[in-house]
Design a protein around this ligand. Sequence first.
Ligand code: F6R
Length: 610
Amino acid sequence: MCGIVGYVGEKNCIPILINGLKRLEYRGYDSAGLGLIANGKSQVIKNKGKVSLLEEKVDKLNITATLGIGHTRWATHGAPNETNAHPHFNTSKNLFVIHNGIIENYQALREGLKKLGYKFITETDTEVLPHLIDSFLVKGHSLFRSVQLALGEVEGTYGIAVVYANEPNKVVAARKGSPLVLGIGENENFVASDVAAILAHTKQIVYIEDGEVIEIYKDHFIAKTILDKQVDKEIHEITMSLDEISKGGFPHFMLKEIMEQPESVCNSMRGRLLLEKGTSKLGGLESVVDQLVDTKRIIISACGTSWHAGLVGEYMFEQFARIPTEVEYASEFRYRNPIVGKDDTIFFISQSGETADTLAAMHEAKIRGALVLGICNVVGSSIARESIAGVYTHAGPEIGVASTKAFTSQLVVLALITLLIARRKDMSLVDGKTIVEELQKIPEKISTILKLNDQIEKIAEEFKDVKNFLYLGRGYNFPVALEGALKLKEISYIHAEGYPAAEMKHGPIALIDDNMPVVFIAPKDSTYEKIVSNIEEIKARNGRIIAIASENDDKIDSLVDYSIKIPDTIRMLMPLLTVIPLQLLAYHIAVKKGLNVDQPRNLAKSVTVE
Ligand code: F6R
């Protein structure tokens, strides 16, 4: 989604802003722009396409500036072209604005501003902002006050940064529903939608909250609400390092993140396993654990890959914690008057912690009195801060748009929560210990599967030109089938569907012919014989089959075209292993098709608009 970076200080900000924008590229965007105060004058440079093009354009101008803002735009209102790229000017071109989010009442504001004589040159919702702010400036208000007053009229979501040539020593930033942080430096301050953009310069972060407006100078900042109340802000030291957000020798972030999983799942369980007691210790849930154990119902709400993790969580919670569990798309949750109240516990799962749909669902659940808990990867993210309690997944920064290591870490955390509740209910010590021991073995087993990379790459070569794919699994591996299909869709643009294997005969089997490859997730568990029957059904119709199978399964080779043999574990943890070959398969198919794996078309890493 859109990205924001801003600088006020003594250095030439152009390389700082360009590098910041490059760090935000992973979020997905289609145009980029810079707004600067150079020689006391406002200057905006922007283009459709990559930040590298913007860099070339700015280099040719041979300018320097000590204050500026930069933006990567992911189009919502208006085509992705140079005119619609941010920053946007007011009519006198002495004020410019960058914006993440959506101004929902922009049509009404636009009409009103037109009547006042303001001329619009873009199709964006954002362009109302510079004119609206201008309409208060002309009445004699300061920039800060004008921003407050303008935002008082705006409905929707925003993270904005505003610069005004007549007050050339400050950037004004504000947030409602779109992430924004302030970075504190030595005689320089920063603003960004994502810590990654400014991490090279500072680790001192102030989280800007909804409804706050911040006036940023090079050596101090002033924080107030839109209603002009003073707010005290705390400075946080973040621990993320630059190494963690670079490719580390891998051709793509996605491959790096797939390969990191032995370590990232280890980090998700580090210090949280109590082998002797056969349970887990989750500091973030300590304050609510009694409530959690007594809860009548659990709801898990999330989007995309995190929703798939939630489905695995449902199986775990119901099987072991014996609590009825439902999984909800966050995007649907608040639009259907859900029956949710104080007896319910709702886990919101989100890698970024900023997904607008998930955040909105969380606000709705809070209003209805439910116990709202977060499972997030990004420390200090909105969902993490706004949930009553929660657990960090500690997978480390995930930059590739297709989520991989965040998923496996979410599964680990869900298993830890299951243990925590189930051991306080009726799970035996022996069973608890078995789960802990199996969890401890997962990193090594993932390492074993990652060694199959070359084999999977060869299989990818064979299937890279197909148009459709089917993924089938049963029980705990049904959500993995969904996840495998999503990975393939989003980075290779091949149509893929995930189904419970037994559902195939109720419809999808009509699709099977020799052009329809089917991936079966078929480890040797209690559903194995049934899945073998499903494989036979596909084979009888000339379908081409790839099976993810147990390493000791010799029988399967005669039934399928390709088998990828992986180690076994207990059923509830199997998705941690079965998903790995599917991530690699999607990755290699996309690479072989020559596609941009880390920034697939139309996608954004963190979906901060509804
Ligand atoms: C898929 C993917 C998305 C996200 C979804 C939720 O690879 O990355 O489907 O899982 O947008 O994002 P988070 O987890 O950040 O809330």
